[in-house]
Design a protein around this ligand. Structure first.
Ligand code: HEC
Length: 197
């Protein structure tokens, strides 16, 4: 018992593993969905002059996105016991701060030559949880709000005083999409998917 507690305290309850193919595909689809929603909702706002309205709509978009992607993925998996979050080391909204094993996972991704998704397996009270990190890199479309001389610098300072997601360059790590579910949930999904025609 003491040994189990010690292992847990040392953080050894987290291991890295090769992601199963079905999870890789779910991850790719979730990232495509992120991109699609960004292109539909944020890109058009960048074509117009900066305005308080455009800033408000972008903020709302990113605030709601984890919830929207969660509903979307729950439909895809056919199970409500899955969750999507947005996290970052250099976060804008402190509510998206990566901590614990996710933070260490992101640091590991950052040190890879090519930033790739990473699967963490976490033991939580006797159950294994899959925590899948999908990195998001800065593209030129992110620069107006996450690069140097961001267009909403003043509003960002006011609404996100802890902001660390400015002054980034193309190719930098912006953050990650995190998909989380119990391994048991994932296994049920895989066996259901293989039975359906
Ligand atoms: C028009 C401005 C704008 C653009 C363009 C923009 N963002 Fe953001 N982004 C924001 C704001 C504002 C927030 C904070 C919203 C919130 O509270 O969740 C944010 C938050 C995020 C978050 C949530 C994590 C965090 O740091 O709080 C991620 C991930 C993110 N942006 C990625 C991107 C990526 C990737 C791009 C380019 C493809 C991009 N953003 C382009 C304004 C923008």
């Amino acid at each position: 018992m003491i040994l189990v507690l010690l292992i847990w305290l040392l953080g050894l309850g987290v291991s890295h593993a090769e992601a199963p193919k079905k999870l890789i595909i779910l991850g790719q689809k979730t990232k495509q969905e992120f991109q699609k929603r960004f292109d539909q909702n944020v890109l058009p706002l960048l074509e117009d002059q900066p305005s308080p309205e455009a800033f408000y709509r972008t903020t709302k978009f990113f605030m709601n996105l984890p919830r929207e992607l969660t509903y979307w993925l729950q439909d895809k998996v056919g199970d409500y016991r899955v969750r999507v979050q947005l996290v970052a080391l250099r976060y804008r909204d402190i509510g998206h701060m990566a901590s614990g094993p996710v933070e260490r996972g992101l640091i590991k991704i950052l040190h890879q030559r090519r930033m790739r998704p990473l699967l963490l397996q976490e033991r939580r009270r006797g159950q294994i949880w899959l925590v899948y990190l999908i990195p998001l890199k800065v593209t030129r479309h992110c620069l107006p709000c996450h690069g140097a001389h961001a267009r909403y610098a003043r509003e960002i300072k006011k609404h996100f005083p802890e902001d660390k997601a400015s002054g980034l360059r193309v190719g930098n790590l912006r953050g990650a999409i995190v998909i989380e579910m119990a391994r048991a949930t994932f296994r049920r999904f895989v066996s259901k998917a293989s039975k359906s025609p």
